[in-house]
Design a protein around this ligand. Structure first.
Ligand code: 13P
Length: 249
């Protein structure tokens, strides 16, 4: 049985004082859940969030990293740096990074490898655009992205990996994929993992859905056969809403 994972992606929101207050407020509300809770916060909130989340069941992640350990890469933050302050997770290949910051399947793969070398758990995002979906290419796109992201990873490394299926047309738009569509897309990703690593690894891999997850639709999405939880944007910024999503299943 795979555990459920509910991850928040704060994107470029929340100042340190807001992060501290959010974690202090939500921790007691969700302390009894068996679900894994992850908050992926901006770099400037990481240290404060890690300190505030100590002795709670909330894990902290970053939203990006560079693949090199160190060097002349102005403005970048490495996996080694993230690990050094206690960060456990890092989102890699979010569609906003692919779209606005020229991230490619190749850089996504490099980042994933570097995250794993630094003992960080990557949360790898894949997803199709509306146009690709309308052309009937969604499955082809997301399975290809999955294959390229995972290229060169060992079976052992796959145990540390979380995938997130985030259809681009559902992000921040209020349009959620139907639970059936999202579940089918995630099944296709799992099938690809099975081809690459075998059935056992595929059955153990956590695959999340992201795109307008709310308290209102969380239970239905997370109760399907293959959706193992959510990667939540907007709704992870509100204590009340996010705690309901965490407790939905
Ligand atoms: P929304 O939940 O705001 O649609 O964002 C989803 C997302 O991009 C999470 O990474």
């Amino acid at each position: 049985m795979r555990k459920k994972v509910i991850a928040g992606n704060w994107k470029m929101n929340m100042l340190p004082n807001e992060a501290i207050s959010f974690i202090e407020q939500i921790a007691p509300l969700v302390k009894n859940t068996k679900n894994e809770i992850i908050l992926c916060v901006p770099y400037t909130d990481l240290f404060y969030s890690l300190l505030t989340a100590q002795n709670t069941n909330i894990k902290i992640g970053a939203q990006n990293m560079h693949w090199e350990e160190k060097g002349a890469y102005t403005g970048e933050v490495s996996g080694q740096m993230l690990k050094s302050i206690g960060t456990q997770y890092v989102i890699i290949g979010h569609s906003e990074r692919r779209q606005y910051f020229a991230e490619t399947d190749e850089t996504v793969n490099k980042k994933i490898k570097s995250a794993l070398l630094n003992e960080l758990n990557p949360i790898i995002c894949v997803g199709e655009t509306l146009e690709q979906r309308e052309l009937g290419k969604a499955e082809e796109i997301i399975t290809k992205q999955t294959e390229l992201a995972l290229e060169g990873l060992t079976k052992e490394q796959m145990k540390k990996v979380i995938l997130a299926y985030e259809p681009i047309w559902a992000i921040g738009t209020g349009k959620t994929a139907t639970s059936e569509d999202a579940n089918n897309s995630i099944k296709a990703i799992r099938k690809k993992i099975s081809e690459l690593y075998g059935k056992d690894t595929a059955n153990e891999t956590i695959i999340l859905y992201g795109g307008s997850v709310k308290a209102e639709n969380a239970k239905e999405l997370f109760s399907t056969s293959d959706i193992d939880g959510g990667l939540v944007g907007g709704a992870s910024l509100k204590v009340d809403e996010f705690s309901k999503i965490i407790l939905a299943v």
